[in-house]
Design a binder for this molecule. Structure first.
Ligand SMILES: [Zn+2]
Ligand SMILES: [Zn+2]
Length: 148
């Protein structure tokens, strides 16, 4: 049976986020890590989420609350708009779509990643102000684009 990876590449789970989540391989880029974290959320795998972050993200993380929430919502897919990497710091802009009580919701974020001892980790969400260019790459201000 062919199971496409929840993160939205058209690859099989076994050839996409699976090996990262099972600990058989290390995500080679911030985007690969970000995708695997989304996939881990669709499986309510709080252990993987916890193990793939550091800094502010790790400090504010509540494993039980995250697990409960991840099980409660219906995951609808991931859109990755942009990935950047410079040495040991990377950024990925994305939208994670889900339904909560039949309501379509999403998390729209530009995430910061750090490479520590050769491993990419989620570090923090980048603050986007209303007048910044929207991280989705539309060329419009955030307030006139994805903030709506
Ligand atoms: Zn994947
Ligand atoms: Zn936008």
């Amino acid at each position: 049976m062919k199971i496409t990876c929840p993160c939205g590449t058209s690859k099989n789970y076994e050839h996409c986020c699976g090996p990262y989540i099972l600990g058989e391989a290390t995500p080679p880029s911030p985007e690969a890590l970000m995708r695997s974290r989304y996939t881990a959320y669709t499986k309510a795998n709080a252990d993987y989420i916890a193990a793939s972050q550091t800094g502010p993200a790790a400090q504010s993380f509540d494993a039980n609350a995250s697990k409960t929430w991840a099980q409660q919502v219906q995951w609808q897919g991931l859109e990755v708009f942009n990935s950047e990497q410079q040495n040991d710091i990377g950024f990925v802009a994305f939208r994670a779509n889900f339904k909560n009580n039949e309501q379509a919701q999403n998390i729209f974020e530009k995430s910061e990643f750090r490479r520590i001892d050769g491993k990419w980790l989620y570090f923090d969400a980048v603050k986007i102000t209303r007048n910044d260019l929207c991280p989705c790459g539309s060329g419009n201000k955030y307030k006139k684009c994805c903030l709506k």
